[in-house]
Write a protein of this length. Structure first.
Length: 293
């Protein structure tokens, strides 16, 4: 089963080597739709176990050029996840309060606690992407952020956080089609921004910046995955497959923890029930004795 392309640790990523409109020849669109529904259902079941076991948390990072489909991925892949246990965060330019702290401060404040899922629609990686492309900070500043990010994510995984990072890889031509489609469809025009067209001028710079981020910050414990995203339906099923394949190995562990917890609770209830019965007999005896006096 084809998953998203996992970036090996210490590898050199050149995005031109990855085909944005790639489709596995064994994957049919109609079958993929049915598969996505099953995967979404299974993801919902896995989330219930994650939430109940309260041992791990899950952080999903979505990055990609404008129109790559971050919102659509969330909407389709997470369709059957309980919203009570899942939240979406989006990181744009830092506020004045955030600017007086280190660049990871605003991120660390909102990472998921145990039993929860958080999805970052854009993330801390903006601080080695947009700031680099637009020269918002000196090069020596953004270059040392790669190691800071790796150390940060290592800290999170050491505290039982599962981290999956997806780069939604679209082509320059596909982005243009999607931007033009938004202009022509009045119901989607609200998604448009003049900045979307302006940022296209920096396409090659962003490709280099993304390539470095993927190369320098994909680790065994917090891997990056490259998702061919020109075809939306294929993008969705690849992300869903990768999420479910990653979480499935935890299922037995979570279920075992819940069984153990249930057994403890049953034992406690039996003990309390016995004490209650004993207490009732003692109370009855005390009333009889009091009445006899």
């Amino acid at each position: 089963m084809q998953l998203a392309w996992k970036v090996a640790k210490d590898s050199k990523v050149r995005l031109r080597d990855y085909v944005p409109d790639f489709i596995d020849p064994y994957t049919d669109r109609a079958l993929a739709s049915a598969e996505l529904e099953k995967l979404s259902e299974e993801l919902g079941e896995l989330q219930q176990l994650l939430a109940a076991a309260q041992h791990h948390s899950l952080l999903i990072v979505l990055q990609g050029m404008d129109t790559s489909g971050k919102d659509g991925t969330i909407r389709n892949v997470m369709a059957q996840v309980n919203p009570l246990g899942c939240e979406v965060r989006s990181f744009k330019g830092p506020s004045s309060r955030e600017q007086v702290h280190d660049f990871l401060w605003r991120i660390h404040r909102v990472v998921p606690g145990r039993g929860l899922i958080s999805i970052f629609n854009r993330s801390h990686y903006e601080d080695v992407l947009v700031v680099r492309v637009h020269d918002l900070v000196p090069e020596k500043v953004w270059r040392r952020r790669y190691s800071a990010i790796n150390n940060f994510e290592h800290l999170l995984t050491q505290n039982d956080m599962i981290i999956l990072k997806f780069y939604l890889h679209i082509s320059y031509e596909e982005q243009e089609k999607r931007l033009l489609a938004r202009q022509e469809d009045r119901t989607k025009a609200w998604k448009l921004s003049s900045a979307d067209w302006a940022e296209r001028k920096y396409w090659n710079d962003y490709q280099k910046a993304y390539g470095d981020a993927l190369s320098k910050c994909s680790t065994d414990e917090a891997p990056w995955y490259i998702v061919p995203a020109d075809q939306k339906w294929y993008r969705n099923v690849l992300v869903a497959r990768t999420l479910v394949a990653t979480l499935r190995p935890y299922k037995d562990q979570w279920e075992a923890q819940l069984v153990e917890r249930g057994e403890r609770e049953l034992a406690l209830l039996e003990q309390l029930g016995h004490r209650a019965q004993t207490g009732n007999r003692e109370n009855k005896g005390s009333k009889k004795a009091y009445g006899a006096t």
